[in-house]
Design a protein around this ligand. Structure first.
Ligand code: ADP
Ligand code: MG
Length: 247
């Protein structure tokens, strides 16, 4: 397994956010994590990125333990996280975002070394092209449409050298067209760069469209793993989460 999560537990006072979460993710695999609000999805990502240390249990990336390590070390090991709110720099252009990302990668994240980085405009343009961002190259991030900002942030994580992308509700606030474009981008990144991807998502249209294995979380545990159709057919999942709205 590329990522192995074993019996992760994390409580906040009396709130047991993670109560023994276990699952695996293969190299270059995509899985979607679904589950109701408050079931521990973002806490799981906080543990996988080193924002939080677990109370017990482990997470390993290619057999190397990451749980409990500081966030900057986990980031350098190739785990890139995208938050719900676009994390882009308002005054920088799309091109500049990509230049910084590639410089950070060349210099192993030690940006002071990037001061001497000469840059490679062709490489930057190729990446923008591949991410569908070439038309926006000279626009500053604050003026981009919401969906393009989200797309830029994902492209930046990949350019920085992420081998595992953690996307927390990447399509929140998007139009149907932007959601479809995000599905296409995620598939394309996965296909072209072999990046493994875990996506937390609430939107069942997105989940169905991405057509990847699902992990259903409930009350800090994995309730079920399976395809979209298997998960939808599972009576426990239906009762607990999907309800008749999604029948
Ligand atoms: P989800 O992302 O599935 O909606 P979260 O992982 O954000 O759920 O939250 C799981 C539970 O843990 C919730 O009850 C939430 O209020 C609580 N929680 C999450 N982070 C913290 C924190 N830093 N301090 C206290 N409680 C937290
Ligand atoms: Mg959340």
């Amino acid at each position: 397994m590329f990522l192995t999560v074993r019996e992760l537990k994390k409580s906040f006072g009396g709130i047991h956010a993670l109560q023994g979460v276990s699952f695996g993710l293969g190299a270059a695999e995509i899985k979607c994590i679904i589950g109701p609000n408050g079931c521990g999805k973002s806490t799981l990502f906080n543990v996988l990125t080193g924002v939080l240390a677990p109370d017990s249990g482990t997470a390993e990336l290619e057999g190397v333990r990451i749980s409990g390590l500081p966030a900057h070390r986990i980031s350098r090991m190739g785990i890139g996280r995208k938050f719900q709110v676009p994390g882009v720099l308002a005054d920088l252009t799309v091109m500049e975002h990509m230049e910084i990302a590639l410089a950070a990668r060349e210099t192993d994240g030690r940006l002071w070394r990037a001061l001497g980085w000469s840059g490679d405009r062709a490489a930057v343009l190729a990446r923008l092209e591949s991410a569908g961002l070439a038309d926006y190259a000279d626009q500053v991030a604050s003026q981009l449409p919401h969906g393009i900002k989200q797309r830029l942030e994902i492209a930046v994580l990949v350019a920085r050298g992420a081998r595992l992308l953690l996307l927390d509700e990447p399509t929140a606030g998007m139009t149907a067209a932007e959601t479809q474009a995000t599905i296409d981008l995620i598939r394309r990144i996965n296909r072209e760069t072999d990046t493994a991807i875990l996506v937390i998502e609430h939107d069942m249209a997105f989940v169905r469209g991405l057509a990847c294995p699902l992990i259903v979380m409930m009350r800090g545990q994995v309730l079920h793993e399976g395809t979209y159709d298997e998960v939808r057919a599972d009576p426990q999942v239906r009762a607990a989460y999907l309800g008749d709205r999604h029948a």
